[in-house]
Ligand binder design. Structure first.
Ligand code: ADP
Length: 307
C-alpha cells in the first residue's frame, strides 16, 4: 500500500468496496431468495453477467481517472518544486549581490584614489574583508544544505559526544555571552552520545547559540537541557528568555532566507540559513524540531536526536 500512488490507492479502495459489496449482495440476496421463493437460475445468471459488465466498465473508468489524478498530482508537485527552486535561486542571487557589489565598490575606490589617506584605505580594506567573510559564510551554509539535500550518502555517521560538543561551544562563545551581560546555563548530562555526524551536530548547537546571543537581547539567560525520551531518543530544550519573536513567524523561521528582522540579521552577518541547517540536520538525525515562545518571554527550541 505504501508504494501505491494516491490515484492507485483510490482505485483499489473503490474496487475493494465494490467487490465486498458484490459478494455480500450475491451471497445474502441469493440466500434470502432461496428461502422465500424458488431460486431462478437464469435470472441470477443474467444479474451476475450484468453486474460483471457494469463493474468492468466502472473499473476501466476509475482506472483512467486514477491515472489522470496521479498525473495531475505529480505535475502539481513538479510545478511547486520548480517554483521553490526558482525562488531559492532568486534569494541566493539577491544575497550574493550585496557583498559582491560592496567588494567591487570598495576596491574600485581604493584603486582610483592612490593618494587616499591611510586611515580611510585601511577602513575600506577592512570592509572589503568583512564582505568577503560574509560571502564565505553564505557559500559554506549553502554547501552544507546542499550536502544534506543531495549527498546524504557522503555524510559519515559516527559516535558523537554531544555533551562535549556543547561544552566546547559554551567555551568558544563565553566572551560574546559575557559582553552581552548574558547568562549561560548548560544543564546537559555529561553522557549524551548519539550516532551522528560531528560537524552537523556542532552546527545545530552553534547556530542556536549564535542566534540566542545575537537576537535574544542584553542580559538574557540561555538554558540548555536534555532528557532521554521514548523511541531511543534524546529530547533537547534550548531556551532563552529574551525578546522572542511574534507567534506568526514561529513556523516560518526554519525556511531558507526567512528572517524576522532582515536589517538586523544582515548587519550581524546572518545568512538567513542557520535555522534551515538546524532543521535539516535534526531531521537527518532522526529527530524533529519546533520553535515556541518561552514561558514569560523569549524563544524556545525543542528538538530530538536519535541515540
Ligand atoms: P540568521 O542568519 O538571520 O540568523 P536564522 O535562520 O539563523 O538566520 O534565523 C532566522 C531568524 O530567526 C533570524 O533572522 C531572527 O530574526 C530569528 N531568531 C532566531 N533565533 C532567535 C532568538 N533566539 N531570538 C529571537 N529571534 C531569533
Amino acid at each position: 500500500m505504501k508504494n501505491l500512488t494516491e490515484g492507485r490507492k483510490m482505485f483499489w479502495s473503490v474496487m475493494a468496496i465494490f467487490a465486498v459489496y458484490a459478494v455480500i449482495n450475491v451471497a445474502f440476496e441469493d440466500f434470502d431468495r432461496a428461502m422465500l421463493e424458488p431460486f431462478d437460475e437464469i435470472n441470477a445468471l443474467h444479474q451476475l453477467v450484468f453486474a460483471i459488465v457494469i463493474m468492468s466498465i466502472l473499473g476501466v473508468l476509475l482506472h483512467r481517472y486514477s491515472r489522470r489524478m496521479d498525473e495531475r498530482i505529480s505535475r502539481e508537485q513538479a510545478d511547486k518544486e520548480n517554483q521553490m527552486r526558482r525562488q531559492l535561486t532568486q534569494n541566493i542571487a539577491h544575497e550574493l549581490k550585496t557583498p559582491v557589489a560592496s567588494i567591487l565598490g570598495y576596491t574600485e575606490t581604493i584603486l582610483e584614489h592612490p593618494d587616499m589617506d591611510e586611515q580611510m584605505r585601511t577602513q575600506f580594506i577592512e570592509r572589503t574583508q568583512s564582505q568577503a567573510q560574509r560571502l564565505t559564510a553564505l557559500l559554506q551554509d549553502l554547501s552544507t544544505l546542499n550536502r544534506m539535500d543531495y549527498a546524504t550518502d557522503y555524510i559519515t555517521m559516527e559516535r558523537v559526544d554531544v555533551s562535549h560538543i556543547v561544552d566546547d561551544i559554551v567555551q568558544e562563545t563565553a566572551l560574546a555571552v559575557d559582553r552581552k551581560g548574558m547568562t549561560m546555563r548548560n544543564q546537559l548530562p555529561q553522557d549524551i552520545i548519539v550516532n551522528g555526524n560531528q560537524s552537523l551536530i556542532y552546527s545545530i548547537f552553534r547556530n542556536l547559540m549564535d542566534n540566542a546571543i545575537n537576537y535574544a537581547g542584553e542580559g538574557a539567560t540561555i538554558n540548555i537541557s536534555a532528557t532521554p525520551a521514548d523511541g531511543n531518543m534524546w529530547q533537547f530544550t534550548f531556551a532563552d528568555n529574551g525578546v522572542g519573536i511574534p507567534e506568526e513567524h514561529l513556523n516560518r523561521i526554519f525556511e531558507r532566507f526567512y528572517r524576522v528582522d532582515k536589517g538586523r540579521s544582515r548587519s550581524l552577518g546572518g545568512t538567513g540559513l542557520g535555522l534551515a541547517i538546524v532543521k535539516n540536520a535534526v531531521q537527518l538525525h532522526g529527530g524533529t524540531i519546533k520553535a515556541l515562545p518561552s514561558p514569560g518571554g523569549g524563544l524556545t527550541f525543542q528538538f530530538s536526536l536519535k541515540k
